[in-house]
Design a protein around this ligand. Structure first.
Ligand code: ADP
Ligand code: ASP
Ligand code: MG
Length: 410
């Protein structure tokens, strides 16, 4: 008998029919003799609606109350899933984050899981009961509800799998695996059978939303086999050809570039006339960290006259106002002119093979140039190259790069 964790995303529980369909898959795993813990997301569209309600009343709402509101979607699905399982004569109950408990940091809206005491849930699982846990939520040391950032149910699933010592963690979603790029943009994208934790981590952190970044990070650290599977097929986890996220050494076939990712949720800030003196970067980015702004790419030029220079950085769109406010508040930067641009997107190519190949960046620059796409910012690491371009070229750029790196299905 194995203990397994299954997660169903928003589209997979988008209405009561789909919840019953997902319950059927869970029932199959139970009938095979497995102990099953299930994580559910809110029904598709619900979290967006809840976020909108908060913003309608106030765009500077209390983050603790935002969490009280947006965590409620998962509670509904957890209860409905337990009812659907009971209808199939499966013993099941719902669990909320605080009932487990899942202890989180108090960074509301993007809290991190600090500890899961799974002992109570384990007793129920060992008694043959299916546990249906509301994803995306936990409780802080102050006894407040916190959420884990958008897409956070993936992280709940992997964290629970780690806490329970589960044999595997299956992520059921609306595509049948991880593709070389978003299959909704590039029809010739190819499904990847096995991908390394490192590559998946880069792809996720660069915007591939099929898995939340922290879920991959945790699976990597705790060596948890993670599968991405379609909830729309009739067969279940162990029989489905989805994508397995696993250790690099378990992967035979290696490509120079394995995937193309895009991140729409990005904004560019440029500071003009920044004094080119020691400590100025700390002056700018210290308060941004304090304001919980996630700075991504940073570019600083050398001052031609040795006195003044420009600094460009990118942040998530919803953190742009806060970023500008942090810079404006700093009296030492009062002469700096601030420009901002939301009309940008980040496009990245990722592949472990880049480490040992040259000319990978040139292929990217040439492919974009051939389409007349201007590159505004470039950043590289060992296994990725990212560029910032104008938003309207997103699809054109993704398609061009997919072709340029030979990723199109033939
Ligand atoms: P869920 O609601 O199940 O959590 P998400 O919407 O968060 O699902 O993630 C699944 C979506 O991720 C797919 O519908 C697909 O459009 C998108 N996606 C983006 N890039 C990729 C990729 N490289 N491979 C697979 N799906 C991708
Ligand atoms: N419901 C949350 C969201 O839409 C969490 C999740 O689905 O993973 O972001
Ligand atoms: Mg998701």
């Amino acid at each position: 008998m194995a203990l397994i964790v299954l997660k169903f995303g928003g589209t997979s529980v988008g209405d009561t029919c789909r919840i019953e369909r997902a319950a059927g898959k869970i029932a199959q795993e139970v009938k095979r003799g497995n102990q099953v813990a299930v994580i559910v997301s809110a029904m598709s569209g619900v979290t967006n609606q809840l976020v909108e309600y908060c913003n309608d009343i106030s765009s500077t709402h209390d983050a603790r109350e935002y969490d009280a509101v947006v965590s409620s979607g998962e509670q509904v699905t957890a209860g409905l899933m337990a009812i659907a399982l009971q209808k199939l004569d499966i013993d099941a109950r719902s669990w909320l984050g605080w009932q487990v408990p899942i202890l989180c940091s108090d960074v509301h809206g993007k809290a991190r899981i600090e500890d899961i005491d799974s002992s109570k849930m384990l007793e129920h699982l060992q008694g043959g009961q299916v546990a249906v846990l509301a994803g995306f939520q936990g409780v802080t040391a102050n006894n407040r509800i916190a959420t884990l950032g958008r897409g956070g149910s993936d992280t709940t699933a992997v964290a629970l799998a780690a806490a329970l010592g589960a044999e595997r963690c299956d992520i059921y979603t609306d595509v049948d695996g991880v593709y070389t790029t978003d299959p909704r943009i590039v029809k010739s994208a190819q499904k990847i059978d096995k991908i390394s934790y490192e590559e998946m981590l880069e792809l996720a952190s660069l915007g591939t939303k099929v898995l939340q970044t922290r879920s991959v990070e945790m699976a990597y650290k705790r060596d948890i086999p993670l599968q991405v599977l379609s909830s729309f097929e009739d067969t279940i986890g162990s029989d489905l050809p989805g994508t397995l996220v696993t250790r690099e050494e378990d992967i035979m076939e290696k490509h120079v570039v394995n995937g193309v990712a895009y991140e729409k949720n990005t904004a560019k800030v440029t500071l003009l006339d920044v004094p080119d003196i020691p400590g100025v970067a700390a002056e700018i980015f210290g308060p941004l960290t304090g304001g919980n702004v996630n700075v991504d790419m940073i570019v600083q030029n050398v001052a031609p006259d040795g006195k003044m220079t420009d600094m460009t950085f990118t942040v998530p769109e919803e953190e742009l106002d806060m970023a500008i406010e942090c810079v404006k508040k700093n009296t030492k930067l009062k002469d700096v002119e601030i420009l901002s641009d939301k009309n940008v997107v980040k496009i990245s190519v990722v592949g472990i093979g880049m480490v040992s190949h040259t000319g990978v960046a040139q292929t990217m620059f040439k492919a974009l140039a051939d389409k007349g796409i201007n590159i505004q910012v470039i950043a590289t690491s060992e296994i990725k190259i990212s560029v910032i371009i104008e938003k309207e070229y997103l699809e054109l750029a993704v398609r061009a790069l997919h072709t340029a790196y030979g990723l199109d299905a033939v």
